[in-house]
Design a protein around this ligand. Sequence first.
Ligand code: COA
Length: 325
Amino acid sequence: MIRSKIVATGAGIPDQVITNDDLAKIMDTSDEWITQRTGIKQRHISSGENLSVLATRAARQILERAGMDARDLELIIMATCTADYGTPCLACMVQKEIGADRAVAFDVTAACSGFLFATSVADKFLRTGVYKNALVVGGEMISKIVDWTDRSTCVLFGDGAAGVLLQTTEEEEGIMVEELGSKGDMYEVLTDGYTPAANAFNDVPPLDKMDFVHMDGRAVFKFATKKIVESVNRVLDQAGLTPEDIKYFIPHQANARIIDVAVSKLKIPKEKFYVNIERYANTSSASIPTALNEMNEMGMLQKGDKIVLCGFGGGLSWGTILITW
Ligand code: COA
């Protein structure tokens, strides 16, 4: 049986660090409020580089670590909802920058669940033998789509890109079990970038300013804590495993309190959950691969370890992937 496995990780994080105190200088907020409500202490915010620059940096690092020539890449999938352009997709821009001229490149949009959805899509191409390798990067520049005068949303997010190289394997390893889910009837809970159906032949007025991120924070909180627990339990059941068998859980880093609730409901020791939200805030589709990359760089992941990636986000959407490293 063909499976896909992660053979390298990498990231492209902007250099500029904005602390909670920096935010308190430009809006009515405080380090105390942000830390207590979210666990966030700082975030990386682009100082002018667009997302394609960060995603290209991540892609180059991944390929270098894998010792792979970009011309041998067969598939590039970027998970994002903040690409430089509406079209072309981010994946095509990265393809050009790294010189992966034989690859097929496209984007997947599933907000903060994006990396899990993109990984799942790549896994299917590899399992069916269509391609033998795939670069999957989650990248987001939320700083350009939040309203910096809306303290209830802008303090929560950060910019970044990170991802993995997947390759086929015939061993009992790699992506083992997964669950993806969508709940479109709750789409209005988390939106951004609405464009009206305005054109020259009707009287629908175009927007007079950009439509930023809107979020019902409490509804997302409730949804996330419920879905993480249900989805992780279902995936473990399907794999015939218990939480004791899992070395690490890597949750989407949206709010430390969401992770705390999931930890207590799942009755899993907190040490098994990797948390870095204090340094990056919520980087949406980049959050899980950024965490995975950090753990990989620190040598935390050993062959055979069972790891659960779990995320949720706009759509609303969620996903859980069990990996044997
Ligand atoms: N600084 C200071 N005060 C703030 C603030 C900020 N940055 N943002 C909001 N407030 C204020 C509100 O105005 C409100 O004041 P009021 O009581 O006078 O009206 C008060 O803080 C409480 O706001 P509330 O929205 O009730 O806080 P909360 O405890 O629900 O926390 C979130 C808000 C957004 C942190 C929380 O709901 C959350 O994390 N939700 C999930 C969001 C998420 O993860 N989204 C991404 C999904 S991928």
